[in-house]
Write a protein that binds this ligand. Structure first.
Ligand code: AR6
Length: 172
């Protein structure tokens, strides 16, 4: 494990990233949804959902807990793997900051298990789950900077300009 890796920011669509692994802002059902989750399943094709269903049956009958992460194939996406993680809804009262940080840490832990060298993250919880972008960017960057990993590039893929600007402010 090294502590030195590049953090890069791009404006764009996570489904177009040629990273080894792309992270999905999923929900605990692992059966798809809107936003990033919808886009990944739509463009990645049915293989991803099939593997999610198998994971549910074998390990996550009551759902993937918030803050945890699990990998599947990336199907037809340019990436090799999708790492599914479940962000907290911003209205949750207990431990929400710790849970959002856990999404990033656990995703990097899974990426290390896979041997991924480049990992692309969306701004987890900032859409349907309504986390304010500035605070989410701060937590994302603090957490990733503080996580020992063999990943060489962590790429944040921001969907619009306000998201990009928030991450750029906290990247410093
Ligand atoms: N590429 C990159 N970023 C995107 C894309 C994309 N293709 N599409 C949206 N975003 P969200 P959440 C941005 O809602 O808040 C789903 O229904 C978006 O602008 O995808 O963690 C799941 O099934 C926002 O800034 O994830 C869950 O039920 C960010 O990605 C729930 O939504 C995250 O928005 C998860 O909600």
């Amino acid at each position: 494990m090294t502590g030195r890796f590049a953090i890069t920011l791009v404006r764009g669509d996570i489904t177009e990233q040629d990273a080894d692994a792309v992270v999905n802002a999923a929900n605990s059902s692992l059966l798809g949804g809107g936003g990033v989750d919808g886009a990944i399943h739509r463009r990645g094709g049915p293989e991803i959902l099939e593997e999610c269903r198998r994971l549910r049956a074998s390990h996550y009958g009551s759902g993937l807990p918030t803050g945890q992460a699990v990998a599947t194939t990336a199907g037809r996406l340019p990436a090799r793997w999708v790492i599914h993680t479940v962000g907290p809804v911003h209205s949750a009262t207990e431990d929400r900051g710790a849970l959002l940080a856990s999404c990033y840490r656990e995703s990097l832990r899974v990426a290390d298990e896979l041997g991924a060298r480049t990992v692309a993250f969306p701004a987890i919880s900032t859409g349907v789950y309504r986390w304010p972008m500035d605070d989410a960017a701060r937590i994302a960057l603090e957490t990733v900077r503080g996580t020992p990993t063999a990943v060489e590039e962590v790429r944040f893929v921001l969907f619009d300009d306000p998201a990009y600007q928030a991450f750029a402010r906290h990247l410093g």
